[in-house]
Design a protein around this ligand. Structure first.
Ligand code: 5GP
Ligand code: MG
Length: 184
C-alpha cells in the first residue's frame, strides 16, 4: 500500500492536532446543549471516531448514508439518494453533521435538506477537508480541519475504490494506480 502513495498532504501528527483543536471548539460551542452528531458513512468513520473521543460531552451519535450520482447531459442536477437514514429523534436536538470532505456540496446539501425536515434546533457541518474549488452548491463548513486544492486524496477515511481508508494520514495517490480497472 505504501508504494501507491505519492505526496502526504497531512501527516498523522498534523491531523491529530487539528482534530483536537476542532473538538475543543465544539466542546465550547455545544456545552450545555443537546447535541446529536450524525456521521456520513463511510468516509467520516475515522475522523468521527477520533473527534468524538476528544469531546467529553453527553452527545448522541448516529449515522446516515447517501449515494450521489453525478449529473449527466440530460439530468444536470446530481441525484442524491439516502440509502441509510438516522434512527434517532432530533426534534429537540442540535445536529452536527460530520463528513470526510466537502467537495461539490451535493451530498451534504441534500443531507441537510433531509435532516431539516425533522425540525432540529440547529444544523451545522463539520468536515475534515474543504475542497472549495469544485463547489456547486452554496454551502460552507461550520467547522473544518484543513482546506485543500482540487486534488483527489485518500486516507484517514477517504477511499479510492474503498481502499486506503485505513491510512493514518491524508495523501495523494501516485499516477497510474489501478484498482478493479479504474486508473487514477
Ligand atoms: P460532494 O457531494 O460534496 O461532491 O461529495 C462528497 C463526497 O465525495 C465525499 O464524502 C467523498 O466521499 C467524495 N470525495 C470528494 N472528493 C474526494 C477526494 O478527494 N477523495 C476521496 N477519496 N473522496 C472524495
Ligand atoms: Mg462521503
Amino acid at each position: 500500500m505504501k508504494d501507491d502513495i505519492g505526496e502526504v498532504l497531512f501527516s498523522e501528527a498534523e491531523i491529530k492536532n487539528r482534530v483536537s483543536v476542532i473538538a475543543q471548539k465544539l466542546v465550547v460551542d455545544y456545552k450545555h446543549k443537546n447535541l446529536t452528531i450524525i456521521g456520513v458513512l463511510n468516509g467520516s468513520l475515522v475522523f468521527l471516531s477520533d473527534l468524538i473521543r476528544q469531546m467529553p460531552l453527553p452527545v448522541k451519535l448516529d449515522t446516515i448514508r447517501a449515494n450521489t450520482y453525478p449529473g449527466t447531459s440530460t439530468t444536470a442536477a446530481a441525484e442524491t439518494e439516502i440509502v441509510h437514514n438516522i434512527n434517532v429523534n432530533v426534534k429537540n436536538e442540535h445536529v452536527l453533521i460530520v463528513d470526510d470532505i466537502l467537495d461539490t456540496g451535493k451530498t451534504l446539501s441534500e443531507v441537510i435538506r433531509l435532516l431539516s425536515e425533522y425540525n432540529p434546533l440547529s444544523i451545522r457541518v463539520c468536515v475534515l477537508l474543504n475542497k472549495r474549488a469544485r463547489r456547486e452548491r452554496e454551502i460552507e463548513p461550520d467547522y473544518c480541519c484543513f482546506e485543500i486544492e482540487d486534488k483527489f486524496v485518500v486516507g484517514y477515511g477517504l477511499d479510492f475504490d474503498n481502499r486506503y481508508r485505513n491510512l493514518p494520514f491524508v495523501a495523494i495517490l501516485k499516477d497510474g494506480i489501478t484498482i478493479a480497472s479504474k486508473t487514477i
